[in-house]
Design a protein around this ligand. Structure first.
Ligand code: F0G
Length: 455
């Protein structure tokens, strides 16, 4: 991936970074040998073959665009059955015209988040290398996904590292239920990430975090499904929350490859949305002027930023725990994506995130806090006039509404103490779109009166 290095490795090797230059690796295909499809419409042939697990999978029906393993060796548990929903109510909230906003519900995956797209691909590679154990550091969704793939396939044992108290209950409960070895570290995601790299090197465990390039191959398919749902038309904007920046990096690669293959006429624009309490990309890209620069982003800018962060002992802090990350491992790849897609980066407060989340819930299938950062970010971009009211926009809703019930219940509660504890401490002071439960005595007349009053 680094143009000054140029080292290449076979897919049989287990590497998360280039042993020569230290940069992350990227999967490259020799399209002349693989014969890619001539038109995206060719993929429609899979729609009539739903009995075949690889055609049914929303990842592997696009195998021709991520052909790093033989089709029959690809691991699937039925991931990628997701939905692109037109949402006029949310469009109105963010300031777009009816029919212009679409929400891509990745929470409909088997483990309830977009991670299953990438996990099916990383798991496929892990199996090909004969791995017995697979590990990840996680804010919760990667670990839930890894634990599920291990539980369903019985191919590997899952070892997961989470920051103590830094994971939403829905996600922790999944890892425990699916039987993963769960290591709670006294620290946050950035600490857990550092440790998982050390431990996996020492013990020879396969790492499935998005430093793993195969993860990103699977996550490209989110974009293929968006195009599929729009009749293969390219939208004007893709808006995605940014944490470790695996998704945004994967999306950029997807569009670069589709352009290279002549399968789309242009790339959409990309907006990556940070939480204000975890905004490394925003600071470096929008304030610091860091750019991809033909594969040579200024390392001094990045080093100085992290040094300053360490000096100030700055820790990521947001209610959107999934993106509570200050050292995004895919920073450089994301710069490439922003370059491919004429991207922008914005940051949004926890207040904006929770208000947007309530709107998504009221107007659609619901999502977890981190996912709503995309909608909150769009609202800002529309207010700034960067996104026009007539443009066709897709927000990626990365995780299911049930992942983080604590944040949702606290937003809607009438219990001021609970509100202050969960949200007030994070600078959230209003619940403008709260839907408060009505308390009544266990008495038929009172219940009827309450329904007539509020219903
Ligand atoms: N949304 C959700 C629901 C997530 O779980 C994550 C990442 C993101 C957005 C950010 O995506 O890292 O590709 O920029 N969760 C990771 C985890 C870090 O461990 O589950 P990204």
């Amino acid at each position: 991936m680094a143009p000054d290095c140029g080292a290449t490795f076979g897919t049989e090797e287990i590497l998360v970074a280039c042993p020569r230059c230290g940069a992350l690796l990227e999967v490259a295909y020799d399209w002349d040998r693989i014969a890619p499809p001539r038109s995206l419409r060719d993929f429609e042939a899979h729609w009539s073959r739903r009995g075949d697990p690889h055609s049914f999978s929303g990842v592997w029906r696009f195998h021709a665009l991520l052909p790093f393993a033989a089709r029959e060796d690809c691991v699937t548990i039925g991931e990628g059955q997701t939905l692109l929903q037109r949402s006029d109510q949310v469009a109105q909230y963010v300031g777009l015209k009816p029919g212009r906003l679409f929400l891509q519900y990745e929470g409909m995956n088997p483990s309830g988040s977009f991670k299953d797209n990438g996990m099916s691909a990383a798991f496929t590679h892990a199996r090909l290398t004969g791995a017995q154990r697979a590990a990840c550091a996680s804010t919760g969704n990667t670990s839930a996904s890894l634990a599920l793939y291990c539980a369903v396939t019985r191919l590997m044992r899952a070892v997961i590292f989470v920051g103590s108290g830094k994971i939403a209950y829905g996600k922790l409960s999944q890892a425990l239920d699916y039987g993963a070895l769960t290591v709670q570290i006294a620290g946050d995601f950035d600490d857990a990430m550092r440790r998982v790299k050390e431990v996996s090197q020492t013990l020879g465990i396969y790492v499935v975090n998005s430093v793993n390039p195969f993860r990103l191959e699977g996550q490209k398919t989110i974009m293929f499904r968006v195009l599929e749902a729009l009749g293969w038309e390219v939208p004007d904007w893709i808006i995605v929350p940014g944490g470790n920046l695996g998704n945004s990096s994967a999306f950029g690669k997807a569009f670069r490859e589709l352009l290279e293959l002549g399968l789309i006429p242009r790339a959409p624009r990309l907006a990556v949305i940070n939480a204000a309490g975890a905004d490394t990309l925003y600071n470096l890209f929008e304030n610091g002027g860091l750019r991809w620069n033909g594969g040579r982003p200024n390392p001094e800018l990045i080093r100085a930023y992290y040094d300053d962060m360490d000096r100030r002992r700055l820790r990521a802090e947001t209610i959107a725990s999934a993106i509570e990350i200050n050292r995004p491992v895919n920073l450089t790849k994301c710069l490439h994506a922003l370059d491919t897609c004429r991207g922008v980066v914005r940051e949004v407060t926890d207040q904006e995130i929770l208000d947007a989340k309530a709107q998504v819930g009221a107007g659609g299938l619901g999502c977890e806090p981190a996912s709503a950062a995309s909608v909150a970010g769009l609202k800002r971009l529309a207010a700034e006039g960067v996104v026009g009211p007539d443009e066709r926009v897709v927000c990626i809703l990365t995780g299911h509404q049930l992942k983080d019930p604590t944040a949702t219940v606290a937003y809607h509660t009438t219990d001021q103490e609970m509100f202050d504890k969960v949200l007030g401490s994070r600078g959230v002071h209003r619940a403008t779109f709260a839907n408060r439960a009505v308390s009544v005595a266990n008495d038929l007349n009172e219940i009827i009166r309450a329904i007539e009053l509020y219903g």
